[in-house]
Design a protein around this ligand. Structure first.
Ligand code: S3P
Length: 438
C-alpha cells in the first residue's frame, strides 16, 4: 500500500433502503468469455461484469488472437475460434492481474488445448497456490514451470494430447474442479473429479449452454474429451457475492428494508443466505426466475434481530467468498459466532482469517483466529481504521460495518474493489451508506 492508495471514509449510522441491482456475476462472466472464445461461432454476453478481473480474461483472449467486440448496452460479441483455433507455436504472455479464477481456469483450458503461455499476476496473485491445479494437470500429462512452491508466474508448455483421469479433489474448489474438467475437454476419454463437498457449479451449467455434455453421478462430475463448444448467447445474472454486502448492510440495521433485484441464487452458491437465515435474518425471495441456466430472485431484506451461531461446516464452501461480510454480521449479532472448516480463507486474495480478525479488532470487536476459522463475539462497533490489504471483499464488508458504528470507519487500500465491483461506493451511497472515496 502507498500513501496515494484510495480509502473509503464511511460515516456512522444511516440505513440502507429502496432497491438496488448489483453488477453481473464475476464467476459467470469469466466463464462466458472463456467458453465463448474457444467455441465455434459467435457468442454474445449481456450484463457481464465489466471489472478489472473480467477485463483481464478478455485481454488474455485478445492477446491470443480472439476478436472480442464491445457492442451495444455494454455487451460483448466474441468471435469464437474453436478449441483448436489458438496458436500452439507461441508462448503467449498473459497478465491475470488479481484474478485467481482467471488464472486457474485458463490454465486448465490452455493445457487441454496444447497452447503454451506464461501467466502472471499482481502481488497478491503471485502469492497464491497453483499446485492445486498444477499437480492434477501434470498427472494428465500437462507440463509446467512455476516459481517456488508452485506460485505464479506459471508457464504452460505445449504438450501432446492429455490423458483422461479421475481426480479425487482434496478440497472443495470450483476452480480446481473447473481446471481439471476444462483440461479434460482436450483429453482422450472421460475425465472426472470427486469433491469432498459441493462447490459452485457454474462451469457445469455453462458448458451445458455451449452444448457440451457434463455427466454428474453423485459427487462425481465427468466430461468426455473431444467435445466442441457451440457459440451461444449468455445473459449474466447479478452477482450474489456483490449483493452480499448489501444484504448484510440491511440485515444488521434495525428498521432497514432493502430490495436487491435479480440476484443469482444458484444453490451451490447461496450459503450466505442460509447462514444469515440461521442467524435470524429476514430475507424474502420474490419473483424467482431464471437467467439462462442460473436461478435468480429479488431479495427483500429487513434489518435487525441477528443472533450468533455455529456455522455448519457444510455451508462453508457454498459461502466461501462471503465470510468478510458474514463476519461483520456476526459482529452485529447477539452472542458468539463460530466459523470452522474454512481454512481455504487463508489462500484467498489475502489471508482472510487474519485480515478479518485484525479488522474487527480495530473497530472494537472481540474475536480470535482458529486455524481453520474464527470466533466472533457480537458487540458494539466503534469507529476505527481498517486495512483491507488490497482485498476487495474486505474493503466492501468493513464499509458496511459503519452502519452500526459509533464513529467513522476509514477503510484503507481499497483500489481493488475495482476487480469485482467498480461502482460499489456509488451504489452503496445511493442506498443510504454515508461513504466517500478519498
Ligand atoms: C470461484 C471459486 C471460488 C471463489 C472464487 C470464484 C470460481 O474459489 O472463491 O472467488 O469462479 O470458480 P475456490 O473454488 O477455489 O474456492
Amino acid at each position: 500500500m502507498s500513501a496515494s492508495d484510495p480509502s473509503f471514509i464511511v460515516r456512522p449510522g444511516g440505513k440502507l433502503g429502496g432497491s438496488v441491482r448489483v453488477p453481473g456475476d464475476k464467476s459467470v462472466s469469466h466463464r462466458a468469455v472463456m467458453f465463448g472464445a474457444v467455441s465455434d461461432g459467435i457468442t454474445e454476453v449481456r450484463d457481464y461484469l465489466d471489472s478489472e478481473d473480467v477485463q483481464a480474461t478478455i485481454a488474455a483472449f485478445r492477446t491470443m488472437g480472439v476478436q472480442i467486440e464491445n457492442i451495444d448496452d455494454g455487451a460483448l460479441r466474441i468471435h469464437g475460434v474453436g478449441v483448436d483455433g489458438v496458436a500452439k507455436d507461441q508462448n503467449f504472455q498473459i497478465d491475470m492481474g488479481n484474478s485467481g479464477t482467471a488464472m486457474r481456469l485458463l490454465t486448465g483450458l490452455l493445457a487441454g488445448m496444447g497452447v503454451s503461455a506464461t501467466l502472471r499476476g499482481d502481488e497478491s496473485l503471485s502469492k497464491r497456490p497453483m499446485n492445486r491445479i498444477v499437480k492434477p494437470l501434470q498427472s494428465m500429462g500437462a507440463s509446467f514451470a512455476t516459481a517456488a512452491d508452485g506460485r505464479p508466474p506459471l508457464q504452460i508448455h505445449s504438450t501432446n494430447q492429455l490423458q483422461a483421469m479421475h481426480y479425487d479433489m482434496p478440497m472443495a474448489s470450483a476452480q480446481v474442479k473447473s481446471a481439471v474438467l476444462l483440461a479434460g475437454l482436450g483429453a482422450d476419454g472421460l475425465t472426472s473429479v470427486s469433491e469432498p463437498a459441493v462447490s459452485r457449479d457454474h462451469t457445469e451449467r455453462m458448458l451445458d449452454a455451449f452444448g457440451v455434455t457434463v455427466s454428474v453421478d453423485g459427487s462425481r462430475i465427468g466430461i468426455e474429451g473431444g467435445q466442441r463448444l457451440t457459440g451461444c448467447n449468455i445473459t449474466v445474472p447479478s452477482d450474489l457475492s456483490s449483493a452480499a454486502f448489501f444484504i448484510i448492510g440491511a440485515a444488521i440495521t434495525p428498521g432497514a428494508e432493502l430490495t436487491i433485484s435479480g440476484a443469482g441464487i444458484n444453490p451451490t452458491r447461496d450459503g450466505v443466505l442460509k447462514i444469515l437465515e440461521l442467524m435470524g435474518a429476514k430475507i424474502e425471495q420474490r419473483a424467482p426466475g431464471n437467467c439462462g441456466l442460473e436461478p435468480v430472485a429479488d431479495l427483500v431484506v429487513t434489518g435487525g434481530g441477528l443472533k450468533g451461531i455455529t456455522v455448519p461446516p457444510e455451508l462453508v464452501p457454498l459461502a466461501i467468498d462471503e465470510f468478510p461480510a458474514l463476519a461483520v454480521a456476526a459482529a452485529c449479532a447477539q452472542g458468539t459466532t463460530r466459523i470452522t472448516g474454512a481454512r481455504e480463507l487463508r489462500v484467498k486474495e489475502t489471508d482472510r482469517i487474519t485480515a478479518v480478525v485484525d479488522g474487527l479488532k480495530a473497530i472494537g470487536i472481540e474475536c480470535h483466529e482458529l486455524d481453520d476459522g474464527m470466533v466472533i463475539e457480537g458487540g458494539a462497533i466503534r469507529g476505527g481504521e481498517v486495512f483491507a490489504r488490497g482485498d476487495h471483499r474486505l474493503a466492501m464488508a468493513f464499509s458496511m460495518a459503519a452502519l452500526r458504528a459509533s464513529d467513522d470507519i476509514v477503510v484503507r487500500d481499497v483500489a481493488n474493489v475495482a476487480t469485482s465491483f467498480p461502482e460499489f461506493s456509488t451504489l452503496a451511497a445511493s442506498a443510504g451508506l454515508q461513504i466517500e472515496r478519498a
